[in-house]
Design a protein around this ligand. Structure first.
Ligand code: 9D3
Length: 245
């Protein structure tokens, strides 16, 4: 997959190239990431990319032309027909895991990160296919949102995670929260690791974890719990009492 990011702050993305799962996926050639700076497509000495809003109001708006030229450069770099131009914005559709799974199957993605008060609406009309939001809170720009989206998508590309991580992906796909985890030592701060996890009884452990996932989802995320269609096994696990909640 090829991901192009259009941003006036390209340095923010070096962390993605150099570290973690995304850095490794890039090194392995599973994903190709490039940044395109609208400032590089200006002609004036100040490399101006913003302008005051028509109609008045605070702050500045990103102008169409440098953005459009940066997107054109991104399109020719990606050079895949199966490519969408995505503008990260608080007005976009809210992202979720199933949407990321669909997006990870794409050949190309162009993520446009805005700064200031946003972009000229004609850029959206002329160049943007989709608008995505990462949540109902206010960021100072689209760059962190573009990184969130890239990270969530890259880790779904086959081979991006170590083989041991394949199972980890199952957790959110199941629509449930994860069970609690424990590592050494077996007692800390007066708190013991639940006895079942030390029992070596793998059936009991599996059932305990399944029940923990169900109970946690029910109490912490009733919205997710409501959209589960529970199997008979899961219904029985919930009914079962006294299982180290
Ligand atoms: C406080 C300014 N807002 C009202 C005048 C408008 C506004 C402009 C630009 C609010 C946020 C931003 C920058 N945000 C993003 O670029 C962004 C974002 C977000 O803020 N929340 C959730 N998802 C996203 S995706 C891009």
């Amino acid at each position: 997959m090829k991901i192009a990011v259009v941003t006036i702050l390209p340095d923010m993305f070096s962390i993605m190239f150099d570290h973690g799962v995304s850095g490794r996926a890039i090194k392995r050639g599973l994903v190709n990431l490039a940044v395109f700076n609208p400032r590089d497509f200006t002609k004036d000495i100040h490399r101006t990319v913003d302008s005051r809003p028509y109609g008045g109001g605070p702050g500045m708006i990103m102008m169409v032309e440098p953005l459009k030229k940066a997107v054109a450069a991104a399109r020719s770099w990606v050079s895949e027909s199966d490519t969408s131009v995505v503008y990260l914005s608080p007005q976009g559709q809210l992202l979720c895991h199933s949407f990321m799974e669909k997006s990870a199957k794409r050949k190309g993605l162009i993520l446009v990160a805005g700064r200031f008060e946003g972009v000229d609406e004609r850029f959206v009309r002329l160049e943007v296919d989709e608008e995505w939001s990462i949540g109902d809170y206010v960021l100072s720009g689209g760059e962190l949102a573009a990184m969130v989206v890239s990270d969530a998508i890259i880790r779904l590309i086959p081979g991006a995670l170590g083989h041991e991580d394949a199972a980890v992906q199952d957790s959110f796909s199941s629509g449930m929260l994860e069970h609690p985890q424990y590592a050494r030592p077996s007692i800390f701060g007066g708190l013991k690791v639940p006895e079942v996890l030390l029992s070596g009884d793998h059936d009991r452990i599996k059932n305990w974890r399944k029940r923990q996932s169900l109970m946690r989802t029910r109490s912490r995320r009733p919205d997710l719990f409501a959209s589960l269609s529970l199997s008979e096994e899961q219904r029985n696990l919930i009914l079962k009492e006294n299982n180290d909640i």
